[in-house]
Ligand binder design. Structure first.
Ligand code: DQA
Length: 185
């Protein structure tokens, strides 16, 4: 019961030849149906980060940049405040904890931004958890997973997300936030 709008690929050639923004917007009854009766009380956006993202800034900076996860959180908190949202921002290295946090977003969130790290490519449990949500989901990756190793080019999350932003570094989180706001009534 959903209609897929063709992928929009914006090549950001000035940055690196591999940078790309992929936004797959889908009109999906499952994504939209959870918002009826939404009040200010549940205008909370969840931002979930998977394994090794606590090391952002130190970990492979040539690939992931020098912005830390703390910097990203600070920027998003400002953005949330400006747009009348509150923010729940988490990072975990444990798959089960990430699933628990998705359940928390299901209970208390108006929208979800998720960078699942390597669980993107491996976790059916995470995908199943996301499928239970009726709020919009945006998947984010700092690097362009499509331009990397073959094992990174499959995402179990993308088919259940409203949109995907990857390859533009830390600013991808801000882009994801803006896209999510537009999907929350
Ligand atoms: C990542 C890409 C994943 O393939 C990798 O395992 C990460 C980070 C990214 O943000 O580019 O941990 O999600």
């Amino acid at each position: 019961n959903h209609v897929l709008v063709p992928w929009i690929d914006i090549c950001v050639a000035a940055a690196t030849p591999f940078m790309r923004v992929d936004i797959a917007m889908q009109t999906d009854a499952r994504q939209m149906s959870g918002h009826k009766g939404m009040t200010m009380a549940n205008r909370k956006i969840f931002v979930l980060n998977g394994p090794n993202l606590n090391l952002l800034g130190q970990r492979e900076p040539e690939l992931y940049g020098t912005t830390t996860l703390g910097d990203i959180e600070t920027g998003l908190r400002q953005r949330a405040e400006q747009n009348g949202f509150t923010l729940a921002f988490h990072q975990t290295n444990a798959e089960g904890t990430l699933v628990d946090q998705v359940h928390e977003a299901m209970a208390h969130g108006a929208g979800l931004i998720i960078n699942p790290g390597a669980y993107t490519h491996t976790s059916i449990a995470l995908r199943d958890a996301l499928l239970a949500l009726s709020i919009p989901i945006i998947e984010v990756h700092l690097s362009n997973i499509h331009a990397r190793e073959a094992f990174r080019q499959t995402s179990h999350v993308s088919p259940v997300a409203a949109g995907v932003i990857c390859g533009v570094g830390a600013q991808g989180y801000a882009r994801a936030f803006d896209a999510l706001c537009a999907l929350i009534p």
